[in-house]
Each structure stands twice: as structure tokens, then as C-alpha cells.
Ligand binder design. Sequence first.
Ligand SMILES: NC(=O)c1ccc[n+]([C@@H]2O[C@H](COP(=O)([O-])OP(=O)(O)OC[C@H]3O[C@@H](n4cnc5c(N)ncnc54)[C@H](O)[C@@H]3O)[C@@H](O)[C@H]2O)c1
Ligand SMILES: [Zn+2]
Ligand SMILES: [Zn+2]
Length: 358
Amino acid sequence: MKTFAAVLQQRGLPTPYAQSRPLVIEELELAPPGPGEVLVEMGAAGLCHSDLSVINGTRLWPLPIVIGHEACGHVREVGPGVKDLRPGDAVVFSFLPTCGQCPMCAVGRPALCEPGVAANRAGRLLSGATRFSRADGAAVHHHSGIAGYSQFTVAARESLVKIAGDLPMETAVLFGCAVITGVGAVVNTAKVAAGTSVAVFGLGGVGLSAVMGARAAGAYPIIAVDSLAAKLPLALECGATHTVHAGSDDPVLAIRELTRGGVETAFEAVGDPEVIARAFAATRRGGRTVTIGLPHPERNLILPALTLTAEERVLQGSYMGSSVPSRDIPRFIEPKNVSRRSGFFWQPVTTERYGRRY
Ligand SMILES: NC(=O)c1ccc[n+]([C@@H]2O[C@H](COP(=O)([O-])OP(=O)(O)OC[C@H]3O[C@@H](n4cnc5c(N)ncnc54)[C@H](O)[C@@H]3O)[C@@H](O)[C@H]2O)c1
Ligand SMILES: [Zn+2]
Ligand SMILES: [Zn+2]
């Protein structure tokens, strides 16, 4: 079948993109789903900073590629062997297909799935296939096994999480990346406890979700930091108790003053090693710094090494919110399930809260 899709042919083009136009809408051929694969009609797709990172060359996925990795839609056809999804089912995409078999999946850490990341790096589905091609037969790659900026896509069953059919697509899409990443970093990676202090650096979709996760976990105070003043009122709406404008205040000093010595957990959701170092400096003795942002692969992080040891600081990465997508996407969507079982209370999000990012 045919599908219109946004294809990235060349990375690192100069901004403004309105002039250099790195994405071109092309009509591509989409092959039918193979064994274990599913044809999905896209309902909504978001623009995460990681999409921009593919365009500007911070994330080096193979080209040409149909980008977009925060997406949801409806199943239109299932390939041989797919028994648990049917045409019409609403699904959210997981941006890492989780094989369920590899050593990391086996120990309950599917966000580190080894065949999943290998497939993503190759721009292919978990089976190794690509299903998009141009008129001359040349293959076009899939971003994170999803290719969200296409009308239709074929994805591995392992890239899909079934959700209730009544959630509007423009809300459901947030759970595919921003929410699973930000909330997951708080509740899965850091396991923030009620009454403990949190700072979040960077208030895009991911950071605002971390703020909501911290609120849901009962953290206090929740200090939201951004260099753009316009993000701060949005953070208060999402549950922050204090805000710091990194453009005019020294965020480390401000946080240390507010908390008399630093927060117990700091999250970095920018993707800049200097901000990671600042987040680290804003934690108290014994504090934990969780990195969510994805810097350029050639950038290094410089931290005071003695402090790490002598003050028992913890530095921890968080990928896809250390999530189990099939468990966490439905539980983050459904507040009642979660609050009854684990005491974790979740407020439903709306796209409004993100300043109409989608
Ligand atoms: N770990 C994961 O699994 C994962 C998943 C999704 C996104 N990410 C990464 O998370 C990061 C955030 O993604 P997003 O979509 O929310 O990005 P975004 O661009 O929407 O938001 C980033 C925010 O950081 C702010 N900022 C920039 N420089 C700052 C500074 N020096 N101090 C304080 N704030 C600053 C910006 O004003 C902006 O509000 C990106 O690096 C993205 O690639 C990681
Ligand atoms: Zn993302
Ligand atoms: Zn695996």
C-alpha cells in the first residue's frame, strides 16, 4: 500500500528548518506486516527533543529514515502469528521494542533490551526487516521501530501496547515517550519516596512529566528549573511547588537555599552535560542525580570525583523511564488501578498541560 511520510534524508542541516527543510513528505510503498508484525494507522504523533536530535545529528540513526517515535494509533491488520491484537484496537507505541527473551528482559529491565536497541540502531524492525521503500525499491528506515510521522506504519508486535479505546489520541500519544520517560524516571528509576525533595532541570514534555510523577509520588518540595521563564507557570500547573528561572538565578544556589543543603533527588531532562553537573551540585549529601536527557555521544561529563565517594552521591541514568511498557503505559493512563494497588496516585494529563505541544 501507499503512505505519505516525513523522510529525513540528510542530518545536520542549518536552522531555521523552515528554510533548510530537512524533512520531505514523500509517498512511500509500505509492505504488508510480516510474521509477528502489525499494520497501524497513526492517530497522533508528538515532537520530542529526540526527534530534533535525529535531525540535527545528535542521534545518529541510519538514513533515509521516517522519523517520529512518540505515537499512537489503531491496528488495521495483523501479520501471521499475532494472536492478541485485532483490527480496531487502540495502541501506543513503545520506542524500544522489548523482546522478552534477552538477558536484560529476563532480569526485568526491558528498557535495556539488547535486540531492541540493536534493531533501533539499524533503523529496522525487531525482525531485521524494513517495510518502507521508495519507487526505485530503495529501503527507507524506521525510527525506533515506529516511524511515527507516517500515515500508516508496520511495527513489531513488541513495539505496541494495547490501551483502552476511549482515550483521545492526542492525549494517548504523550504516554509513548514524554510520560513513560518522565514519570518512569521518578517512580521506577529513582523510586522517589513521599515527603522527599526533588528538583527537575528542563521542563519540556519529559521534565513536566517528571514533575507530575514527583507530585504523584508525594515528593516535597518539587523545584522546577528552566532557562525559559514561560515554562515555569506550566510547571506549577503540573504540580511543582517552587520554580527557578535558570536564566536569571543560579539554580544550584537557589535549590540549596530552598532545601537547606540540596535536594534528595535531581532529574536532568535537558541533554546537556553541564546541566547534569549542575543537577548533581544541587543534590544534598547522599543525594541521587538521575539523567534523562540524551547529550551528543561525543560529549563527556565532568563531576567532582571526591564528592561522589565521600558524600555517597548516586549518579544514575534513566532510559525509557526504566519502564516495562506493557505494565507502565496502562498503569500511568489509568489512575484508579494504580492508586489502589501501589499507593501511587496519578492525575490524568491532558495536552493542554504541555502548552499544546502536539
Ligand atoms: N532517556 C530517555 O529515555 C529519553 C526519552 C525522551 C527524551 N529524552 C531526552 O530528554 C531531553 C528532554 O526532552 P524534551 O522533549 O522534554 O525536550 P524539550 O526541548 O521539549 O525541553 C527541554 C527543556 O530544557 C530547557 N533548557 C534548555 N537549556 C537549559 C538549561 N541550561 N537549564 C535549564 N533548562 C534548560 C528548555 O528551555 C526546554 O524547556 C532530550 O535530551 C531528549 O532527547 C530522553
Ligand atoms: Zn522521545
Ligand atoms: Zn530483550
